[in-house]
Design a protein around this ligand. Sequence first.
Ligand code: SF4
Length: 262
Amino acid sequence: MFRGTLIRSGNNAKTVKGDKLGGYETAIMYLAPFNLAGSNVCPMAEQAGCVAGCLNTAGRGRMSNVQLARVKKTKRYLADRVEFMQQLAIDLEAFERYCARKGVKPAVRLNGTSDIQWEVAHPVHRHMPQGLWRFKNVFEAFPEIQFYDYTKVYKRVYRDLPANYRLVLSYSAAHSAYSDAVVEAAAKTGANIAVVYRDKAIRDNMMPSGDALGYDDGFKRIYRQVIDGDSDDMRFLDPTGVIVGLYAKGAARHDRSGFVVG
Ligand code: SF4
């Protein structure tokens, strides 16, 4: 179990399960989503209708001290991004050392409960043998770490993303403009799409058919295989061209916005 100031491992049942299978250890950073800390860190949340059903309320997230800690961390990010990135680099270095000692590979998900575009406008400094070095982003600074995230900011998958950063699009049918844009982005870039189904039975019924989104016209026709996205969180190991099927947890079980399907 790694305990950094900003990232932690070992406190998410899904990552712990996947880590055992794949020889990884996964650390996650949990911030306060949407505008809970005063500024919006989830730019597409309203279009995607995911605020009410956000995973921020699932599991440990229900506890108020956990919520407060996330708000505090997010305020730190909003107040001084340079200082925050310095702390993140310290955490990532420590996590790398921790994983090396344990003989496992490090994986990091920075947007546990946020949707920040870490690949742009987030430079970071790292101590290298030749001195303090400025990198464009954490992915360049830490090429040994496998990063991954789910995102509703579909324009991100059109970017030339670093090889050690895997993004999975997050589907919602709350607004057709949003769902169409997500499906189009997947069709054009090959990015996988995560879909949250109302319950496990609905998700499992989708798995054999693959006809999960029902799009059937032109380029939107993406009859993709649906895989079980709940058995682990190792999205960077998934094949491309699949729908990552999840089932609703926490407040999402009662969601009627279209974020949860079925
Ligand atoms: S589901 Fe994702 S994008 Fe939506 S509010 Fe939560 S963290 Fe933000």
